[in-house]
Design a protein around this ligand. Structure first.
Ligand code: SF4
Length: 294
């Protein structure tokens, strides 16, 4: 059994900076995060131990300091929290903020706003929150509900697979040949890097281990891509979930992780897979040591 690590995997800069900011703020007093700072139980446990509470964007909080997550929020929601008298720290990732800015610019120049993404996801709710008429397109069937607008401005949720986004864009253009359809690609570069690295890994492996929260959108996208390619896929959150018998028939095992997974967690999974490989009396190449987040 050979082990191969993706060229790009794990924690992105947006999540890393939001975690650091939450831990810094928690040292100065009680803090409520308005939602899951990251969709990762290992990180959430660490924040809980640091005294950070978890609330929700649309509920009240019993601390005077609150924090918006890297997924962002609508301007209306941000203003409501400020008006409630609380200190509002904004952990919105700059690349999510860029998506908000692009959508607002479309509306300002008279384009009907469309977001390609997952309905109900916290980032998407934030994106469309200031534009009640905006349409979220997740499947081709959603395009049928697109109003007969002559000018349509489209952005994407930052963690959507770019291939999927471009396919839906093509479908929208085909369905509205008379419309001026403009698109700004707001899938973030860390997500693209991980998707591309996974594609390379898929070509070399028969089995894939994906590390990340079970409710992490970008982790689920990595899992889905490996499954569609026909690999045997194991989605775990922690190293202690790995079972040696899963790998009895595996030859080449790939390892990747979603953008909210700590590099320590990936290193633990990598070490555990190495133990399992040795148990099967095969070598793990030394070139597969985990690197830092990229
Ligand atoms: S996945 Fe992309 S948009 Fe989301 S926090 Fe990370 S870098 Fe920012």
């Amino acid at each position: 059994m050979t082990l191969k690590l993706a060229e790009h995997y794990g924690l992105c800069f947006g999540v890393r900076d939001a975690i650091a900011e939450a831990e810094r703020l928690a040292q100065h007093g009680p803090l409520t995060i308005l939602g899951e700072l990251v969709h990762n139980p290992v990180v959430r446990d660490r924040l809980t131990r640091a005294g950070v509470r978890e609330g929700a964007l649309d509920r009240t909080a019993d601390t005077t300091q609150v924090m918006i997550t890297a997924h962002g929020a609508s301007d209306a929601m941000r203003a409501a929290w400020r008006q409630s008298g609380r200190g509002v720290a904004d952990g919105t990732c700059p690349l999510v903020r860029h998506a908000h800015d692009q959508l607002r610019q479309f509306v300002q120049i008279g384009y009907f706003p469309v977001v390609i993404g997952q309905p109900g996801h916290v980032e998407v709710k934030g994106l469309v929150g200031d534009f009640p008429g905006a349409l979220v397109v997740h499947e081709e069937a959603d395009i049928a509900t697109l109003p007969a607008e002559l000018k349509i401005g489209i952005i994407s949720q930052t963690t959507q697979p770019i291939d999927r986004v471009l396919a839906l864009l093509t479908a929208i253009r085909a369905a509205r040949p008379q419309s001026d359809v403009r698109f700004v690609d707001t899938v973030c570069q860390p997500t693209k890097n991980r998707q591309l690295a996974l594609r390379t890994l898929i070509a070399e492996c028969d089995t894939m281990v994906v590390v990340g929260g079970h409710n992490s959108n970008n982790t689920l996208q990595l899992v889905a891509a490996a499954e569609v390619a026909g690999l045997t896929v194991f989605h775990i959150e922690r190293a202690d979930e790995l079972r040696p018998d899963w790998f009895a028939g595996a030859n080449v095992v790939g390892l990747t992780a979603g953008t909210s997974t700590l590099k320590e967690t990936v290193a633990e999974v990598h070490a555990r897979l190495g133990e399992i490989a040795r148990r099967f009396q095969h070598a793990v190449p030394s070139t597969c040591e985990p690197k830092g987040a990229q």
